[in-house]
Design a protein around this ligand. Sequence first.
Ligand code: 13P
Length: 309
Amino acid sequence: MLPFALSGAILLAKTGDYFLRKAVLVLPLVNMGELLNEARKGDWAVGSFSVANMEMVMGVLMAAEEKESPVILQIAEVRLKNSPLELIGPLMVSAAENADIPVAVHFDHGITPEVIEQALDFGFSSVMIDGSQLPIDRNIAVTKEIVETAREYGAEVEGEIGSVGGSEDNTEDIAVRCTSPEQALEFVAKTGVDALAVAIGNAHGNYIKKPQLRFDILESISSLVDVPLVLHGGTGLTDEDYKRCIELGIKKINIATATFNAVESRVRQEYQADRINGYYDLQTAEVNGACENALRHIELFGSAGKAFL
Ligand code: 13P
């Protein structure tokens, strides 16, 4: 027999009354780990969608609400020149707080400790420190410092070792260097990170040729490391690749390029079909482009219907 409060909460979760549900369940802005650890109990992963403006935030949340899926909203430090943190940060946090599904707000590829701390001040529930281009000892040291800072905010940290190819904003062509499973173990133990980004042949941006992911390396990392694993460079992998990665311990999949491409191409299509008559049609096209892309990935990652576990 379930305790009354819990069975009441479940009943509310299944009825559609948003305000009642929100008052009782306090759902929306959650820590990344809450979502990733739920995902570890089953064969699914949480989509972490990069956003650059309000329309993308709205589109991703529309998709997640329609699919009753948890979701992560993220922005990378290199993107702040186009979307200043003091504007986009509070927008993302407020959107998460007002969502109808659990949402984590994540700072992606943090490089500068002061900027990471600013994101934490704005209420981001997790941050990534990307020390992957540093020697391992330096990477461990800077990551450990960010873990200590994040703990003061009750927030979580993603670290990375090995090199994911390309770069988040396509300005650098970093070569892939696969994560060493033994170093992954040492890194997690010494830093206390909550999630680990791995390099297994994945790369940021559009893949020029079909990536050959090293599932053998992923499997060894998974068998050694006891934190959820993160796959960067999520755009353009095959359905089969996603499935295999998820089965082998990937619980957060980052999608950036696919969102930007989807928004751009939806806007272009709407112009070509002469359906944009004024600014607000343009805005709607952007929201719909981001939404369509998130819908497709949520289905592929198996997180549909997992919002009210
Ligand atoms: P893509 O641009 O390939 O989707 O990669 C996104 C990413 O990993 C952001 O950190």
